[in-house]
Design a protein around this ligand. Structure first.
Ligand SMILES: NC(=O)c1ccc[n+]([C@@H]2O[C@H](COP(=O)([O-])OP(=O)(O)OC[C@H]3O[C@@H](n4cnc5c(N)ncnc54)[C@H](OP(=O)(O)O)[C@@H]3O)[C@@H](O)[C@H]2O)c1
Length: 240
């Protein structure tokens, strides 16, 4: 019987839900969060003795109160995954889309990661993973706030990785960078190398287990990442 405990922020649907189910099958205790109470309840009912839920909005100021309560119910936390994410195309630079994207992917992320980091420092060990995106690498004219928010996440995770190495505090930092995954979140007419949620969740689980610093999902997105990093702006701007 495994007694490990993982908390997945943003697990009511898509990648987070699939990841929760995988860990449940492995015997973990799992905390799942999201705003859609009905979906969280359904998930909890599939593994009633292992899955614990908290329904809250990461953009709200009571987010950490909810996390503390959930961790108490789970009996502790070994791994935290920040997977909540919002994004939409903002062709005319829509304020509401860009505001919600930033509050979810930057403000919510920052609050939760800060909390988890301090929690693990006090505990003496732990692992933090966050679902950023391949979008973190460059800007994008269709969804500027989404790419910028993911750049914030990945840059922050790199900083935290360096900090934990310097402080030798036994905390593992894993930055997950998916390409396209077949969920409602995947937007745009040009999509390729689209992973199923099952494949994405399986590769994320492996990356967490192997304590990877960065994981591209699926793995071959590594090539696109390297190309995007070196592509001159004059060429990139015709695509982005
Ligand atoms: N699908 C892709 O192609 C792709 C590619 C790269 C990166 N990603 C990233 O992968 C992560 C998971 O996305 P997904 O594709 O699985 O889409 P999804 O099914 O829409 O999952 C998004 C999750 O985030 C939660 N969430 C969103 N806003 C929230 C808020 N304000 N407060 C609390 N929870 C919130 C949602 O729960 P509620 O709606 O119930 O609140 C849901 O559980 C996201 O961070 C996304 O940016 C996805």
């Amino acid at each position: 019987m495994i007694n490990k405990k993982i908390l997945i922020v943003g697990a009511s649907s898509g990648i987070g839900k699939e990841l929760a189910l995988r860990y449940a099958k492995k015997g973990y205790r799992i905390g799942v969060t999201g705003r859609r109470a009905d979906l969280l309840k359904q998930l909890q009912e599939s593994f009633p003795s292992q899955i614990f839920t908290a329904c809250f909005d990461v953009m709200e100021s009571d987010n950490i109160l909810h996390l503390n309560k959930l961790i108490q119910e789970m009996g502790g936390m070994d791994i935290l995954v920040y997977n909540s994410g919002y994004g939409d195309t903002s062709a005319t630079l829509n304020w509401e889309i860009d505001r919600q994207t930033t509050l979810t992917n930057v403000n919510g992320f920052l609050a939760v990661i800060h909390f988890a980091y301090q929690y693990f420092v006090e505990q003496g060990y732990g692992q933090i993973a966050a679902t950023s995106s391949i979008a973190s690498i460059r800007g994008n004219s269709w969804a500027p706030a989404y790419n910028a928010s993911k750049a914030y996440m990945s840059n922050y995770m790199e900083g935290l990785h360096m900090k934990t190495a310097k402080c030798k505090n036994n905390i593992t930092i894993t930055d997950i960078q998916p390409g396209f995954v077949k969920t409602k979140m995947a937007k745009g007419n040009v999509q390729f190398w689209v992973s199923s949620v099952e494949k994405a969740a399986q590769q994320i689980e492996t990356a967490i287990e192997k304590k990877k610093r960065i994981a591209y999902i699926s793995r071959r997105w590594w090539m696109i990442a390297q190309l995007m990093k070196i592509l001159p702006y004059s060429i990139y701007k015709r695509m982005g």
